[in-house]
Design a protein. Structure first.
Length: 395
């Protein structure tokens, strides 16, 4: 059995961030994934300003013209209707996850993380501190970190399931051949689906068009996806390849682990249900998990890793709590007319949206900009989930 201070399951941005930061802290690390990189990943792959800051802080990498397309041009839409077209206050960068994830993993490997690609975990023995791979290899760990996505096998081991089927999101996405140049227009459609949104992001060789919503709501997501493609100029939606996957949509795991087993990124549900931010939270939480692991191991108490980790990501949970509350303003029928009007005309709302993506403002800052009457009405709601789903959850 080969033993490591930290074993990371999942080699996407969260897992690579764990491995890179853990190596910087002097820990021995193994990182493993069922895929062999480069591999495709469903994601709009807009790297926000906050994501760029996280990538630089953890990996020492910055967005560059070789790997990213730059644009500030934005359109807000409402079920196909263009409400506003404007220039964003910050540069937005777009890439492909197949490239980004491979680069980040290579950084972790170059830093000394031992590479196990194309393997699956068949058994996790927390008490003994070891896991078994389908290759027959057995890896010992001081701290195990699951960064293995929304369908996380590590979360399933801990809690019996990877996510709450009533609250998980689901997304469809297609890469549409349409090469773009810098300053190409991106668009977000805030009513193409119920309690979700659609995106059309420019890339160097394609446009990434997709939509996502809460899966358990009664709506034909595939039908809406094909309609959305048509509205976005795709003459024959059946001629493009549409992929689907579960995505977290605001329902984060309140206790992201157990003892010396932690969850990071999508595996912990760390995605903003309003802005769709997930890449920044993946890298941030991965780095925080590594810091917690290092502190627990240094103290000789690996079982304390979870408590330390929860304190370190408290700021992320606080943001997601406020985002879930504010979703009533964005999605509920009560505020639908007001929200549409604000999207069309409010420079303050636009600034707030992109301030959040850039990491320049928090949701607490945004709340200060909202009227007390609106906040009181939102505060009177029981949850950040639609009423039909909330009633189901209460029952």
């Amino acid at each position: 059995m080969r033993s490591y201070d930290v074993v990371v399951v999942g080699a996407g941005p969260a897992g690579s961030a764990v491995a890179r930061r853990a190596r910087a802290l002097g820990l021995t690390v193994a990182i493993l994934d069922k895929a062999v990189f480069p591999r495709h990943k469903l994601c709009g792959a807009l790297l926000s300003g906050r994501g760029q800051k996280a990538m630089k802080a953890v990996f020492g990498l910055e967005a560059d013209s070789e790997h990213f397309l730059y644009s500030k041009e934005v359109a807000f839409k409402w079920d196909g209707e263009k409400l506003a077209e404007f220039t964003a206050p910050y540069e937005l960068t777009y890439t492909y996850r197949i490239e980004l994830d491979h680069r980040l993993l290579n950084e972790a490997i170059a830093a000394g993380a031992e590479d196990f690609q194309g393997v699956r975990v068949t058994e996790i023995d927390e008490k003994a501190g070891r896991l078994t791979l389908d290759t027959g290899d057995v890896l010992g760990f001081g701290v195990l970190i699951g960064a293995d996505g929304a369908a996380s096998p590590v979360a399933r081991h801990l809690f019996g399931r990877a996510f709450d089927p009533d609250k998980i999101g689901f997304a469809f996405e297609a890469e549409v051949p349409d090469p773009c140049a810098d300053q190409a227009l991106m668009s977000i459609d805030f009513r193409i689906v119920d309690w979700g949104y659609g995106w059309n992001f420019p890339k160097k060789d394609t446009r990434t068009i997709g939509l996502g919503s809460i899966k358990s709501l009664d709506q034909d997501l595939m039908g809406k996806m094909k309609r959305y493609l048509e509205l976005e100029g795709v003459a024959d939606p059946d001629a493009v390849k549409i992929k689907g996957a579960h995505i977290p949509l605001g329902d984060y795991t309140k206790v992201p682990g157990r003892g010396n087993v932690l969850l990071a990124g999508d595996a912990a549900g760390l995605v903003d249900g309003i802005t769709g931010e997930g890449l920044a939270y993946a890298m941030e939480s991965g780095a925080e998990a590594a810091e917690a692991a290092a502190a627990a191991l240094k103290a000789g108490k690996p079982a304390n890793a979870l408590g330390l980790y929860q304190k370190r990501i408290k700021y992320i949970h606080a943001e997601l709590d406020k985002a879930n509350k504010l979703r009533h303003f964005e999605y509920s029928k009560t505020f639908s007319g007001m929200f549409k009007e604000k999207l069309a005309s409010s420079t303050t709302m636009r600034q707030s949206f992109f301030d959040l993506l850039a990491g320049e403002k928090t949701y607490a800052d945004i709340e200060k900009r909202m009227s007390k009457q609106v906040l009181a009405t939102i505060g009177g709601k029981m949850t950040g989930w639609p009423s039909r789903l909330a009633e189901k959850l209460r029952g």
